[in-house]
Design a protein around this ligand. Structure first.
Ligand SMILES: Nc1nc2c(ncn2[C@@H]2O[C@H](COP(=O)(O)OP(=O)(O)OP(=O)(O)O)[C@@H](O)[C@H]2O)c(=O)[nH]1
Ligand SMILES: [Mg+2]
Length: 458
C-alpha cells in the first residue's frame, strides 16, 4: 500500500490540479496497450514534434515537454512501454503482446498555464499524469456484489441459451457428475472450475464477450488460486447446507471472490480514477455476426453499470468513485476508409446510449470519438468502373500488401439482415515501419488527449 506521505502528497497535488489519474479499459483486444503506448509516445515527443493539432496545449505551444517518472503506486506492475516500443519499432514491426493484468505508468507534463491561480506559482506548471491499464472484463463483475450465490447461479443458467449452451456442454456434463451434498473434494471442484473457465474462454473465442466472473478469463496474479475455483450449479436455495459439503465450499469461495477480488478492485483501483476512457472495437463484432454484435452490446451495457453513480447506487455507497469524465472511443479506425469514420462514431453512440443519458443526469461528462492509436494503413482510392471509391492500403499479418474497401459501417445498430445482405470484412494489418525519432502515426489520439486532460493543462 502507498505510504501516508505519498497519499498526502497525491492529495495536495490533486487539489492543486497537478495530478490526474486516467484509467484505460476495454474488453480484451480492444486496443488498450496500443493506445497507452501511442499516447505516451506522442507526449514524449511534444517538445520536438507538433503532430497533435487537436490537443490545445500542444497546438498553442503551451506544452513544454513530458518525461517519465517513477509510478506512485508501487503495488501495481509497470506498464511495459519500452517492451511495446521494441515490438513496434523492430526490423519487422509487430504489435505489442497481449496483457492480462492491471498496470500503470506515470508522466510529468510541463506546461505554461493560462489560469491566473496557477500563474501565481511561476511561468510553468507540472501535471503528473498516471495512466492505468486494466481489463474491461473486470467490470463485468460489478453485479456480483449485489447477488448472493443462489441468485448468481440462477442468472447464469438463465443466460445459457443458443451458442452458449452448446459451448457449455462439456462443463455441464462434469457438473452433472458432482454430488453437491458430498464432502468437499478440492480436486473435483478444481477440475470442474477448470472446465467452466474453459467454457468462458470458448465464449470469448466465439465472439461472446459477456462472461462472468470476468476475472476467470483474465486472472492476472490469481491464476490457479482457489478463489477462482467455483462455478454456478443447480440446487435448492432453501435447503440446509452441510458446512463440509461441496456446495458449502462453492458458496464460501464465491463470497471470498466478492470481497477479496471484486470489492478489492473497486476499492484499491477504481475509486482512485479521475477520468476513464473505454475503448471499443466495433469492427470485430461487425465482422463476426449478429449474435456477437448483440453480445458485445450487452457486455458494454454491463460495463456501463460501473459508471452509474446514482445516489443510492451500490458503487456510491461502497466506494465513493470520483470519475467526472468518460470518453468512449471506437478504436482501429484506420481499418475503414475516412468517409466511414462518422458512421463509426454514430454506431458507438447508439451502443452506449442508455449509459449516456444517466451520465449526463449525474454531471459526468461523456463523449464519443473514433480514432486509431497506431495507424497501420494509408488511405487511397480504387477504381470501380468510371468511379473511384475510397480505400485503405496496408500490409496483412502474413506480409501481403493489399488495397481494400472493407465495407460500409452501419450508422445505426444493424439488424440480423445486415449480415445476410452485405456484411463487413476487415483484415488485421501489421504496424507501419516507423523511425525511433518520430512519433507513432495515429488518427485523432490528440482529440482523445484534449477530451481527457485538455482542461487540466489550462
Ligand atoms: N490497425 C490497427 N490495429 C490496432 C490498433 N490498435 C490495436 N490494434 C490491433 O488490435 C490488437 C490488440 O491491441 P492491444 O492494444 O494489444 O489490445 P488490448 O486491449 O491491450 O488487448 P489485451 O491486452 O489482450 O486485453 C493489436 O494486436 C492490433 O492487431 C490500431 O490503432 N490500428
Ligand atoms: Mg493489453
Amino acid at each position: 500500500m502507498k505510504n501516508i506521505q505519498q497519499e498526502v502528497n497525491d492529495f495536495l497535488h490533486r487539489s492543486m490540479d497537478s495530478h490526474v489519474r486516467i484509467a484505460v479499459t476495454g474488453l480484451s483486444r480492444a486496443g488498450k496497450t496500443a493506445f497507452i503506448t501511442s499516447l505516451v509516445n506522442q507526449l514524449l515527443h511534444t517538445s520536438t514534434h507538433s503532430q497533435l493539432p487537436l490537443f490545445s496545449a500542444s497546438r498553442d505551444k503551451r506544452l513544454v515537454g513530458a518525461k517519465r517518472e517513477p509510478q506512485s503506486n508501487m503495488m501495481v506492475p509497470r506498464f511495459a512501454y519500452d517492451e511495446a516500443m521494441v515490438q513496434l519499432q523492430g526490423e519487422q514491426p509487430n504489435w505489442p503482446e497481449p496483457t492480462r493484468d492491471v498496470s500503470e505508468i506515470r508522466l510529468a507534463l510541463k506546461y505554461k498555464p493560462t489560469k491566473k491561480t496557477k500563474k501565481l506559482f511561476g511561468s510553468t506548471a507540472t501535471l503528473n499524469l498516471d495512466i492505468i491499464d486494466y481489463p474491461g472484463e473486470w467490470l463485468l463483475d460489478l453485479p456480483l456484489l449485489d447477488m448472493d450465490f443462489p441468485t448468481w447461479c440462477q442468472s447464469q443458467f438463465t443466460a445459457l441459451k443458443g451458442l452458449r449452451l452448446e459451448l457449455a456442454k462439456s462443463w455441464l456434463e462434469k457438473l452433472d457428475a458432482l454430488d453437491l451434498t458430498a464432502e468437499a473434494s478440492e480436486s473435483q471442484l478444481a477440475e470442474i472450475a477448470q472446465s467452466y473457465t474453459q467454457y468462458l474462454h470458448d465464449c470469448k473465442e466465439n465472439g461472446l464477450h459477456w462472461v462472468q466472473p470476468g476475472r476467470f478469463v483474465l486472472p492476472g496474479e490469481l491464476e490457479g488460486a482457489p478463489v477462482l475455483q467455483f462455478f454456478p450449479c443447480r440446487f435448492d436455495a432453501g435447503a440446509k447446507t452441510d458446512k463440509h459439503s461441496n456446495l458449502a465450499m462453492l458458496k464460501a469461495r464465491y463470497q471470498e471472490y466478492q470481497t477479496k477480488v471484486v470489492k478489492a478492485f473497486y476499492k484499491h483501483h477504481f475509486s482512485t480514477f479521475d477520468r476513464q476512457i473505454v475503448l471499443v472495437d466495433c469492427l470485430q463484432p461487425l465482422n463476426a455476426g449478429y449474435e456477437s454484435f448483440m453480445d458485445m452490446r450487452d457486455a458494454l451495457d454491463q460495463i456501463m453499470h460501473s459508471f452509474r453513480y446514482g445516489r443510492s447506487s451500490l458503487l456510491k455507497r461502497l466506494f465513493a468513485p470520483r470519475i467526472d469524465k468518460i470518453l468512449f472511443a471506437a478504436t482501429k479506425a484506420d481499418h475503414v476508409s475516412p468517409d466511414q469514420h462518422p458512421n463509426l462514431v454514430s454506431l458507438l453512440q447508439q451502443m452506449v446510449h442508455p449509459a449516456w443519458q444517466t451520465a449526463s443526469f449525474e454531471n459526468i461528462e461523456m463523449s464519443c470519438i473514433s480514432m486509431a492509436s497506431i495507424q497501420a494503413t494509408q488511405t487511397g482510392f480504387i477504381a470501380q468502373g468510371d468511379k473511384s471509391i475510397p480505400a485503405i492500403q496496408g500490409t496483412t499479418m502474413d506480409g501481403q500488401s493489399i488495397t481494400v474497401y472493407p465495407g460500409e459501417v452501419p450508422r445505426k445498430l444493424p439488424s440480423a439482415a445486415y449480415w445476410q445482405q452485405q456484411g463487413f470484412e476487415f483484415t488485421a494489418f501489421k504496424p507501419l515501419p516507423s523511425h525511433q525519432d518520430e512519433p507513432l502515426p495515429h488518427i485523432r489520439i490528440d482529440k482523445a488527449l484534449e477530451l481527457l486532460i485538455g482542461d487540466k493543462l489550462k
